[in-house]
Design a protein around this ligand. Structure first.
Ligand SMILES: Nc1nc2c(c(=O)[nH]1)N[C@H]1C(S)=C(S)[C@@H](COP(=O)(O)OP(=O)(O)OC[C@H]3O[C@@H](n4cnc5c(=O)[nH]c(N)nc54)[C@H](O)[C@@H]3O)O[C@H]1N2
Ligand SMILES: Nc1nc2c(c(=O)[nH]1)N[C@H]1C(S)=C(S)[C@@H](COP(=O)(O)OP(=O)(O)OC[C@H]3O[C@@H](n4cnc5c(=O)[nH]c(N)nc54)[C@H](O)[C@@H]3O)O[C@H]1N2
Ligand code: SF4
Ligand SMILES: [Mo]
Length: 694
């Protein structure tokens, strides 16, 4: 009856914290953070609820092939042999009729994507997408436009920061465990916290300064901060001299964007903006103004993130300890990285269906933009896209307006969902291939870049309970059937060996702790030796790629329309106990929070005779309406209503979550067409909703 300790990786959200699982007689007794990890061993509530997936009666237990119409919920159970044959045969037909490029893939990005990209390259399709158009694409492009590297080119050295600013970022509820712990440590050492939000969050409650901003006016606020930093010469002049290109253009551009002007736009007083800017300058360069994570909100969100990166740069924080140091990689520790599975195949030279990299030259062609790829399915422009694999991704919940999406998907000859739990997308698919929950599966080895780069491994904590399979088993199974012998591996050990071959690390090295550190000391890359990846090697205020696409680097501020009477701007976000849409039905987390509520401002609620806890109807003209309880509070801007994302499931197989709460994404009519042209992100908060007492 000994307890075995297994080292693995949490899979309850995309942060992927390292875990230690205590297993006894094939059952999980306890999960905790991996104490050996440089990321600090700790888990959040969702991580602790992982075992809830194992014995969940709603679990998908075998591959399923659709019988009735798409979305009707009529399924036939099949063996793996049959399901993989079925998918492979359909793919072969599509490829024969329309070419390799007619296959589209989307997933959730992350450290295990190498295997997925290998599969798509093997097929010869350029159409690998990830989820990011509804998450951090604007942030990523903002970084690219200034630095020539994406948002992961720098990290947040929260532990050593002296002032942290969270704008559209709720760090204590939208959780990355290490970041939470590091920030708490820093605050214990006197670090100041400023939160800029449309409502008071847990993060706001812990802040030294909370600024309640009018929704969608963040760009105005940031322009005024830049104005103040430059006008009062509060910025780091040596840093700017050394690293900035086109500083004069910036100075000219912000001249009229004074704090008084911003007060009229944002509702935040000029004096507050001034004292805030002075306080930031006093803490430089150990300042982190977080550029945003879930920033697919407005048609100018790219510029919000861009101005944030500019402010960090003005403060000398890019590359600084306690600021945003450059991300160290294995090479920076004098080590070789993992061998990429994707490099087993040549990069397809076809143009992408979503236009990324050619029609939209400023858009990173790596993972493209899924909303435009869906559009291409509908229009067949630039060419037909006939097969779609949604891999650990639920676009029918994660992108807006599912009814519009279903229309776009109609022309598909094959739609496959690979998932460990039911989702709206799986329910609408032709074939569902059930992944093992993460505690039952192993993954390819991954690299964690950062101050202390390391390799880590996801091992099975327990044996698979049902007819579920790991990523590699599914993909290698398909690869074999499609003649992609180079990735038709027979075992995960063979994959691991391939990945490790140049690294001087062996599989046994992971046994004792589940990870292999590549350095013992934190690696702060020397600012002086570091080159920005732009053409000039500097921070470029005028971004050639954008300017050449006719998109201004410095865009004049534009007002957004205000909601009319009885209407509110829809805002949304996360809560501590759920991840997106897929944990509402988790038996443990469902108990914690079975439905969402509607945050509404006290004065507005009084006008409509809505009291605390009353049922209200939220609707979009003749399109969708849902009912939920009102949370009446002074702590939300009167123009906004807020709800936690992920509720309102219409999938009967999710027996607990079914019809619980309201779906924010259904209230975004036409939302697939509304996106930030500069950053690529879908603009999910450019929508007004009607609220009535029931
Ligand atoms: N518990 C938990 N943690 C998670 C996740 C999860 O689902 N659950 N998901 C992970 C993922 S994928 C992501 S991307 C991150 C997201 O991390 P965050 O981006 O920090 O999370 P959100 O809650 O989406 O949004 C942050 C805040 O933006 C505010 N906001 C809305 N509109 C505006 C506006 O116009 N101006 C300003 N200033 N603020 C506004 C919202 O009120 C919200 O409090 O969290 C990650 N961590
Ligand atoms: N309206 C609106 N839309 C949003 C958001 C919002 O706040 N409001 N948030 C956006 C953001 S920030 C993001 S990142 C996307 C997220 O969008 P998604 O990534 O699509 O959302 P998830 O629900 O996290 O995961 C999708 C599916 O992956 C399956 N899955 C398979 N294996 C695993 C695993 O190992 N771990 C996990 N966690 N899931 C697995 C789950 O069963 C689930 O069905 O949605 C975006 N869309
Ligand atoms: S933040 Fe929580 S849910 Fe996400 S990986 Fe870490 S422990 Fe798991
Ligand atoms: Mo996200």
């Amino acid at each position: 009856m000994t307890i075995e300790k297994k080292f693995s990786v949490c899979g309850m959200c995309s942060v992927r914290c390292p875990i230690q699982v205590d297993v006894q007689d094939g059952d999980i007794k306890f999960i905790q953070g991996n104490p050996h990890s440089p990321l600090k061993g700790a888990l959040c509530a969702r991580g602790a609820a992982g075992p809830g997936l194992i014995k969940d009666p709603d679990r998908i237990r075998t591959p399923l092939i659709r019988q009735g119409e798409r979305g009707q919920g009529k399924w036939r159970e099949s063996s793996w042999e049959e399901a993989l044959d079925y998918v492979a045969d359909k793919l072969k037909t599509v490829i024969k009729d329309y070419g390799s490029r007619s296959v589209l893939w989307s997933d959730r990005g992350g450290p295990f994507r190498d295997l997925h990209q290998a599969f798509m390259r093997g097929l010869g399709s350029p159409n690998y997408c990830n989820h990011d158009a509804t998450c951090a694409r604007n942030v990523h492009h903002a970084a690219l436009s200034l630095f020539g590297f994406g948002r992961k080119g720098v990290l947040y050295d929260l532990k050593n920061a002296k002032h942290v600013v969270l704008q559209t970022r709720n760090i204590f509820e939208a959780i990355n465990v290490k970041e939470v712990n590091d920030l708490l440590d820093a605050m214990g050492n006197g670090c100041r916290l400023t939160v800029i939000d449309v409502r008071s969050t847990v993060s706001a409650a812990k802040a030294d300064r909370f600024l309640l901003i009018k929704p969608g006016t963040d760009y105005a606020f940031n322009l005024a901060v830049i104005h103040e930093l430059i006008d009062k010469k509060l910025y780091d002049q040596d840093y700017v001299k050394k690293w900035f290109k086109d500083f004069q253009s910036l100075e000219n551009f912000v001249r009229d964007y004074t704090p008084e002007w911003a007060q009229g736009k944002t509702g935040i007083s000029a004096q507050e903006i001034r004292s805030f800017a002075a306080e930031l300058a006093a803490a430089r360069p150990s300042v982190i103004w977080h550029p945003g994570w879930m920033n697919a909100r407005y048609t100018d969100s790219f510029y919000v993130s861009r101005t944030i990166y500019i402010i960090n740069s003005l403060l000398g924080a890019i590359g600084a300890k306690g600021g945003l140091p450059f991300m160290a990689k294995p090479g920076d520790c004098g080590r070789k990285g993992l061998k990429a599975l994707a490099n087993k195949f040549p990069k397809p030279d076809e143009k992408r269906a979503d236009g990324a990299g050619w029609k939209h030259k400023h858009i990173d062609s790596g993972p493209g933009l899924l909303h435009l790829a869906f559009k291409a399915i509908e229009t067949e422009d630039p060419y037909p896209v006939k097969a779609y694999i949604a891999y650990r991704h639920d676009p029918l919940m994660a992108f807006p307006d599912p009814e519009a999406q279903k229309k776009m998907l109609e022309k598909l000859d094959l739609m496959v969902s690979v998932t460990f739990s039911w989702s709206a997308t799986a329910w609408h698919s032709d074939v569902v291939l059930p992944l093992s929950p993460y505690l039952e599966r192993e993954s390819v080895i991954a690299t964690k870049n950062g101050l202390k780069p390391h390799f880590f491994i996801r091992q099975r904590a327990i044996e698979p309970r049902h007819e579920n399979r790991s990523d590699w088993e599914i993909l290698c199974g398909l690869a074999r059937r499609l003649g992609l012998e180079a990735m038709a591996f027979d075992s995960i050990e063979d994959i691991w060996k391939f990945q490790l071959q140049d690294t001087g690390v062996s599989i046994e090295d992971f046994e004792t702790t589940g990870l292999v550190p590549l350095t013992d000391k934190p690696v702060y890359l020397d600012q002086d030796k570091f080159q920005f990846k732009t053409e000039s090697g500097k921070i470029e205020i005028l971004a050639p790629k954008w300017e050449n696409s006719g998109i201004p680097s410095l865009k004049p501020y534009q007002d957004k329309p205000s909601p009319g009477p009885g209407l509110f701007r829809i805002t949304f976000g996360r809560c501590g106990v759920h991840t997106q849409g897929h944990t509402i039905n988790n038996p443990i987390l469902f108990e914690q929070m079975p439905e969402n509520v509607l945050w509404i401002n006290t004065d507005k609620a009084a006008e409509m005779d809505i009291a605390q806890g009353d049922m209200v109807r939220v609707s979009v003209n003749g399109y969708y309406s849902g009912q939920l309880k009102a949370r009446v509070t002074e702590l939300i801007h009167p123009e906004a209503v807020f709800m936690v994302h992920g509720f309102g499931s219409q999938v009967p197989a999710e027996t607990r979550a079914f019809k619980k709460g309201v779906a924010d994404f259904r209230l975004m009519k036409g939302g697939m067409e509304i996106w930030d042209q500069a950053g690529g992100g879908v603009a999910l908060q450019e929508h007004f909703v009607k609220v009535e007492k029931v």
